[in-house]
Design a protein around this ligand. Structure first.
Ligand code: C2E
Ligand code: MG
Ligand code: MG
Ligand code: MG
Length: 287
C-alpha cells in the first residue's frame, strides 16, 4: 500500500521496515546466544490462597537479562522464540530450572510444600513428545510431579482442541495433576471441550480483574467464570490483582486464589523464598 502513496511514502515505509527488520534480526541472534551465555532467568510470582492467606506456590516467569538492554520482558521475546522454534530448547530449560529449584527448596526443608507453575507455549504443545520430554526432566531432577503445575492459554488449547486433549492426557498420565487454563475469557472456549480437557483450574484474565469492583461487565464476567468453574469442580485463580478493593471483591465472590502486584510482582528465586518464610512466620495470615 505504501507504494501506491507515491515515491516518498515508499522510501519512508521501507526504511522503517528495515529498522524493524534489523531490530528483529538482532533480537533473534541475541536470543540464539542467550541460552549458552546464561542470560535467561526465572522469576517467581506468588499465588495466594484466599481461604487461609497462605502462599500455595508461584508462577515461574521467564526473563532475559540482555547485556546492554537489561531485563527484557517475555512479551517482547516469547513470540520470537515461538516463531524460530527456539522455544522448545528454552522451554525445556525453564522446566529443568524450575524442577531443580523446587528440589533444592524441598531439600533445604525451610519452606512449606510449594506447587510451581510453568507456562507452556503453543509450539511446545504441538510437539508429540512433550509428555516424554517432561517425564525425562522430572526423572533427571528427581522431582515429584505433584509439585509441578502447567499453564496453557485458552487460545492455544482451542487452536486444536482434540490434539490438546490428547497431549494433556499424556501429561496427566505422567503424574502431573495441576493443569491451568491461562488468560481465561480472552479466547473462544467451547464448553464441550472445557469439559473434556483434563484441567483443574481456570485463570481469570487480568483484563476482567482490572475493572473490578466497579465495571458492571467485569463484575458479571468474573462472577460467571467463578460460578461455572466451581460447578465444573475447577479452581479459580484471578490474575493481575493490584488493588485492595479488587481483592475484597474476589474474596467475597468465592475466588479461590489470587496473583498480582498486591501480593508481589514476579521476583528472583531467593526473594520468593524469603517472602514465603516471612508470611509463614507472621501471625496475621490474611493479606
Ligand atoms: P501470563 O502467563 O498470563 O503471566 C502473567 C503476566 O502478568 C506476567 O507477565 C506477570 O508479570 C504479569 N502480572 C502479574 N501480576 C500483575 C499485576 O498485578 N499487574 C500487572 N500489570 N501485571 C501483572 P510477564 O512476566 O511479562 O509474562 C508475560 C507472558 O509471557 C506470560 O503471561 C506468558 O504468557 C509468557 N511467558 C512468561 N514466561 C514464560 C515461559 O517460561 N514460557 C512461555 N511459553 N511463556 C512465558
Ligand atoms: Mg501464565
Ligand atoms: Mg495469564
Ligand atoms: Mg494474562
Amino acid at each position: 500500500r505504501a507504494k501506491e502513496d507515491g515515491g516518498n511514502g515508499y522510501r519512508f515505509f521501507t526504511s522503517e521496515m528495515n529498522t524493524l527488520a534489523s531490530d528483529r534480526l538482532e533480537m533473534e541472534s541475541g536470543l540464539r546466544r542467550a541460552l549458552a551465555r546464561g542470560e535467561f532467568e526465572v522469576y517467581y510470582q506468588p499465588k495466594l490462597n484466599l481461604a487461609d492467606g497462605c502462599i500455595t506456590g508461584a508462577e515461574a516467569l521467564l526473563r532475559w537479562r540482555h547485556p546492554q538492554r537489561g531485563l527484557v520482558s517475555p512479551g517482547e521475546f516469547i513470540p520470537i522464540l515461538e516463531e524460530t522454534g527456539l522455544i522448545e530448547q528454552v522451554g525445556s530449560w525453564v522446566l529443568k530450572t524450575v524442577c531443580t529449584q523446587i528440589r533444592s527448596w524441598q531439600e533445604a526443608d525451610s519452606l512449606p510444600p510449594l506447587v510451581i507453575a510453568v507456562n507452556l507455549s503453543g509450539r511446545q504443545l504441538q510437539r508429540s513428545n512433550l509428555a516424554a520430554t517432561i517425564a525425562d526432566i522430572l526423572e533427571e531432577t528427581g522431582m515429584d510431579p505433584r509439585f509441578l503445575e502447567l499453564e496453557v492459554t485458552e487460545s492455544v488449547l482451542m487452536h486444536d482442541p482434540q490434539c490438546a486433549v490428547d497431549i494433556l492426557m499424556q501429561i496427566r498420565n505422567k503424574g502431573i495433576l495441576h493443569i491451568d487454563v491461562d488468560d481465561f475469557g480472552t479466547g473462544y472456549s467451547s464448553l464441550s471441550y472445557l469439559k473434556q480437557f483434563p484441567i483443574d483450574c481456570l485463570k481469570l484474565d487480568k483484563s476482567f480483574v482490572d475493572g473490578l469492583p466497579h465495571d458492571e461487565d467485569d463484575i458479571a464476567i468474573s462472577q460467571a467464570v467463578i460460578a461455572m468453574a466451581h460447578s465444573l469442580r475447577l479452581t479459580v485463580i484471578a490474575e493481575g490483582v493490584e488493588k485492595e478493593e479488587q481483592l475484597a471483591f474476589l474474596r467475597d465472590n468465592g475466588c479461590d486464589i489470587i496473583q498480582g502486584y498486591i501480593i508481589s510482582p514476579p521476583v528472583p528465586a531467593h526473594a520468593f523464598a524469603r517472602l514465603v518464610q516471612a508470611r509463614a512466620n507472621s501471625t496475621t495470615a490474611p493479606p
